[in-house]
Each structure stands twice: as C-alpha cells, then as structure tokens.
Write a protein that binds this ligand. Sequence first.
Ligand code: SF4
Length: 350
Amino acid sequence: MKIDIFGMFVHEIAASIQPYGLPKFRAEQIAKWIYQHGVDDFENMTNLSKDHRVLLAEHFVIHTALAQAIEKSTDGKTSKYLLRFHDGMAVETVLMRQPYGNSVCVSTQVGCAMGCVFCASTLNGITRNLTAGEILAQVLYVNKLLQQEQAHVNTIVIMGSGEPLANYNHVVKFMRVIHADYCLNISYRSITLSTSGLVPEIDQLANEGLPVTLSISLHAPNNEIRSELMPINNRYPLVEVMAAANRYAQQTGRQVTYEYILIADVNDQAQHAKQLATLMRGRLANVNLIPVNSVIERGLLRPSNKQVQLFEQILLERKINVTVRREMGSDILAACGQLRHKVLNEINID
Ligand code: SF4
C-alpha cells in the first residue's frame, strides 16, 4: 500500500523516503512542493530527477481534498466549501474575508460527538477523526484559491465541525506543520482553537509551548442552562472549565476568548448578562457574543437586535471586554455543519 505523505513533518518525509535511496534534503523540497505550491503529483516536482519522481509515485501518494459543494454569500465575503477526502468523507471549511485578512475556519472531525443542541454538526453524531493532513488540506485548499488573486491565508480558526481537543494529537500536529517554514509559516498567535471545554486537554495544551488563542464555548452563565445546551457540562462543569481557561491564560500569557451564542428566551435575558458579567470579572478574557444562526432542526431562534444590544450594554457597563461577532455568511448557512447536513440530506447518504 502506498504511504500518504500529506500532513507529515519534514523529518517524517525524510525518514519515509530514505529507504528508497532519496537523500534527506529532498524531503524539504517535497514538503515545499506539496504545502507551498499545492502540487499533488510527484511528476510536477521539477527539481527532482525523473528517476526519483517515478520512485516516489510508486511508493507514495499525496491525499488532499476536493470540493464537493460550494456556497458563497451574496456580499462575496464568505465562502463555504464542503471538502471531500479520499475515503469519501466530507467536512465543511469556511473562508471569511475579514478587514484584517483572510481567515479560514477548519473542521477537525467528521461530525461531532458532543451533542450541543444549537449545532448542526452533531445531528448525526461522529463518524471519525480527521488526520493532521486532512485538517491541513482544508487550509491549503483555500490558500491555493487565494494565491490565484495574489493573496493567502492570514489566520486560522479551529472552530468547524468536531471538538478539536477530542482529536488532540492530530490537531496539535496540524498546528505545528502549518507553522513550519516549509509550510505556510502561520504564527501560533494567528491560530484560534475553540473547545467546548475538555479540561484535561486544555491543561495539556497549555504545556505544549504553542501560544495559540484559546476560545471557550461558554454559551451560558450558569450550570443549569449550560448543561441543557451542552451535555459536556455534566462532565466538566462551568467553574472547572473557567479555572482551566485561567490556567491557560497564566501559562501562555494569551487572553482567552469566551464564545456566547445568544438564543432567544434561553440565555439572552438581562439576568443572564448580569450573571455572565459576574463570572468574567477580573479575568484576562474577552466575551464574543454570537446571535445564533437559527438551526431549524432544533427550533432555536435568533434574538432581536435590540435584545443583543441590551445584553452587550449590560456587559459594557460592568467593564467586561465584549464584542458582537459580525454575522458573516448567514445567507449561506454559516452555522457549523449546516452545509454538510444539507448536502447529505440531498444525496441521502447520512
Ligand atoms: S458546537 Fe462544536 S463541540 Fe458542540 S457539537 Fe458543534 S462541533 Fe461539536
């Protein structure tokens, strides 16, 4: 069976090609071809000898991703791709053209086991983890498109389908590879990892020496509401998650972001904002309010603009750092998992 080299560190490529008589320095050339130039055919690696190219094609393969469906927002700023891997599994990847650069949101699992009630990614449970190469393939797919307009990926958010810390080793490897100078050389500070709150893995990540921004999916100001919205809260209650986030901030010096999806009549009332402000007091943290993209299957509704403003105002008055996320691509089903779910329903294979 041929070995897939996509997603490997350069030293792993070197170790893989060495038994076939290829010198170590070829590994960096190969890595640059596949990661920086988007080449997925050894034949096109023109600085390798013909013999080496044939040898590589005999023993190795480069599995990337292909687009199965694409949706673009009417303002052209958000594009969502359903990307398919070699075994036919597909995940969503989103390009957001922000004022500060091009941001890509990647998935880390096919589906998700966490069961958050506001999320379409978990409607059919989890199928499998993605490999580091499959997470990387999503960024490089978008980067290749951007290269055609002399642009590139600037920031990465690990916030698509899947719980990244439940696929810990592959996600950490992905971050290390994308940071490497033979890949896209993305700084760790330009990567945000979002978790539903797996406490042991948050502590593990704090000790990796990767100063990525940690984003906690909080979504509720107390255990009662959080357990209703996010079953994981029964295993790691809110206070434990916030203590782990504090340790992360202290260890890395990075401000933690707390994501809070606002759902009408569930967690968007004045008393919830006041409770949230009390929780946040004195923390190195930023609260990001996200009016929910209605998930029809779950019957969850977006609050009115007035209610969103009121919620924000209560936090501001209490000196909490707060932003309201600009709603990008709501006309293309921007909530995670919705495009995949729609396509799977259409082709009736899920
Ligand atoms: S919000 Fe994230 S962790 Fe929760 S079910 Fe969706 S993908 Fe999984």
